[in-house]
Design a protein around this ligand. Structure first.
Ligand SMILES: *[C@@H]1O[C@H](CO)[C@@H](O)[C@H](O)[C@H]1NC(C)=O
Ligand SMILES: *[C@@H]1O[C@H](CO)[C@@H](O)[C@H](O)[C@H]1NC(C)=O
Length: 582
């Protein structure tokens, strides 16, 4: 095999994928081209990646060659006698080197990067460096020469083409205006030229807070109030300033600058809620001062000197505190009183006067009494109105030198008491009118005669229940009167007087009575009245009206309930009953 075939640098494009691509030809000087020589290939990829035509010595690639997979193959070839299998010469070694083509795009180490940069940074401030790699051969051509560019994120950010360093590109980017940016960076090989391959990555950039916003009170004045009895240290109220920054840049503390309430109140900072809590510093007294004011300041805890020129990182507000009155017990003019009295002083003499006053604004009268437990012998009396203590008995110094008594002062307060007289059921149901009706002599039993109306108080009523056997639904405050039997005879009884009692079930039960006059009349077959005249009848019978009435009354008493009234009415919770008294 010619030396010239040894160490041959055979280049093939790795995307030449066709099987059987002819790469080179081996030829031995021993080959007389008579078909007796056979070429044999051994080494890297022999028989798999590379094949040799044993007759011609042609070497083929059997599949796609990828430099990035394997760039060099070391092979050896020899010529042997086809028949005897004897080597015709020593094996020759040679190398197949895979030549690179740009078949790999740049790849970033991460699909997404996270980065942060302080708001208000100068233009060109470093944000993050992103790097991509290219699997192609760096030593050969520009296949692996990368150039970075920004696809999204301008004009806020820029990228250095050679290094992939991202920098800020705008001055005065304020987090409070916009906090998050998404930047897309491209890396392109072939030094960024046309036809190069590219890869992209996303960089999520957050502007980091700096203390560029001062705390501000949303109101210039706050109104709080506290009872005068509030204990020292007890909270009066809270005020809160706002700061557009976050974290420690929004931390603040409160202080009192001045004001007439400076000695009476403190302000402390609640670090959790960032509120100023105003507390009582000294005992308050409504009677001596009812309104205080404080000038309160709020200041950032961590001030960034770089931004001080933006203005003061503090704010002030006025807090007005109203003191409210609390009813307090009377107060004596002195803590204790010492009076002296001669032992021979007669009973009824004045010993001295104590005095107490109600400290409240509404100055109630004070009444004085002696605590009887301290004066069991009843030696002293006190004028309940003016506090003058006098003796009730003569005193004997030899029996007792001291009489130590207690005086109680009580404040007389007034409170209005309103007593309302509640309504009870004192209105009786009333009948709506005078009742008179008639009944036909030829009436049938169960026929409706009359609708009785009455007023109940109140009128709001509905049926909940029906008593007796009636199935007739009745309207509010009405009762139906039915005949219990048929066939009335006006000669026997020209009219019935039907007493009606209406009562409610309220408490106490109220009732009223009326009388329904039912006259018996002669009617035609359709129920039209023809005559009800009893006078004619009576006169024809030759009896006086008076006598007849007496008779009728007797009959009336003997009759057993010829008429029945059905009713069961209800007004809210109460049931009204109607009774027919016969
Ligand atoms: C208190 O009242 C009594 C009788 O009402 C009177 O005798 C006495 O002088 C009064 N004392 C004073 C200090 O006004
Ligand atoms: C009463 O008070 C006086 C003066 O404080 C004291 O000297 C005396 O011991 C007291 N007497 C009694 C019985 O408490």
């Amino acid at each position: 095999i010619h030396d010239s075939f040894k160490n041959i640098a055979q280049e093939t494009h790795s995307d030449f994928g066709q099987q059987g691509l002819k790469l080179c030809l081996l030829h031995s000087d021993m080959d007389k081209e008579d078909g007796s020589v056979k070429y044999v290939l051994t080494g890297d990829g022999a028989g798999t990646v590379f094949e040799i035509d044993e007759n011609s010595g042609d070497i083929h690639a059997t599949r796609r060659l990828d430099r990035e997979e394997k760039a060099l193959y070391t092979l050896s070839a020899k010529a042997v006698n086809k028949t005897s299998g004897q080597d015709l010469e020593k094996a020759s070694e040679f190398i197949i080197k895979i030549h690179d083509i740009n078949d790999n795009e740049p790849k970033f180490a991460k699909d997404t990067y996270m980065a942060g940069v302080s708001e208000m940074s100068n233009v060109g401030a470093f944000v993050i460096r992103v790097t991509a790699t290219d699997a192609d051969d760096e030593a050969y051509g520009n296949s692996a020469k990368l150039v970075y560019s920004i696809l999204q994120g301008q004009p806020y950010f820029s990228v250095e083409p050679e290094t992939g360093v991202i920098r800020t590109a705008l001055p005065n980017m304020i987090r409070e205006n916009r906090e998050h940016y998404q930047v897309v960076i491209q890396a392109k090989d072939m030094a960024g030229q046309m036809g190069g391959l590219s890869g992209t990555t996303t960089v999520n950039i957050t502007l980091l807070d700096v203390n560029n916003s001062p705390p501000r009170f949303p109101h210039s004045t706050y109104h709080l109030s506290t009872p005068e009895s509030a204990g020292i240290g007890s909270p009066v109220g809270r005020i809160k300033a706002y700061d557009a920054d976050v974290g420690e840049n929004a931390e603040m503390w409160y202080s009192i600058l001045d004001g007439d309430g400076q000695d009476m109140f403190n302000i402390i900072t609640d670090s959790t809620s960032q509120e100023g809590v105003i507390t009582v510093k000294k005992q308050l007294d409504y009677e001596s001062k009812r309104l205080y004011s404080l000038r309160v300041q709020v200041t950032n805890t961590h001030i960034d000197r770089r931004f001080e020129q933006l203005g003061p990182f503090s704010d002030t507000a006025i807090v007005r505190i109203t003191i409210t009155d609390v009813d307090e017990p009377p107060v004596f003019s002195r803590a204790l009183y010492i009076f002296e009295v001669d032992e021979d002083t007669p009973a009824g003499s004045s010993v001295g006067t104590v005095s107490a006053r109600d400290p409240d604004t509404i100055n109630h009268l004070v009444k004085y009494t002696i605590d009887r437990h301290t004066d069991l012998e009843r030696l002293f009396n006190i004028d309940s109105n003016n506090g003058t203590i006098s003796t009730l008995q003569g005193l004997d110094r030899e029996t007792s030198k001291w009489h130590n008594i207690s005086v109680l002062a009580t404040e007389l307060s007034k409170v209005p008491v309103f007593i309302k007289v509640r309504d009870v059921n004192d209105n009786a149901p009333e009948f709506a009118m005078y009742y008179e009706t008639f009944v036909c002599e030829n009436v049938k039993a169960g026929q409706s005669l009359f609708l009785l109306q009455f007023h109940l108080v109140p009128l709001e009523a509905h049926i909940t229940h029906l008593t007796l056997q009636s199935a007739t639904a009745l309207h509010y405050n009405t009762a139906r009167i039915l005949t219990r039997r048929g066939s009335f005879n006006r000669r026997e009884m020209s009219s019935y007087l039907l007493p009606v009692v209406i009562s409610d079930n309220d408490y106490p039960i109220q009732s009223s009575t009326s009388t329904l006059t039912v006259r018996v009349c002669a009617c035609d077959s359709r129920g039209n009245v023809q005559t009800c005249s009893t006078e004619a009848l009576l006169l024809s019978a030759g009896l006086s009206t008076g006598a007849l009435v007496a008779i009728l009354l007797c009959i009336l008493i003997l009759l057993s309930n010829p008429l029945t009234i059905y009713s069961a009415l209800s007004k809210k919770h109460f049931i009204y009953h109607l009774y027919a008294l016969m």
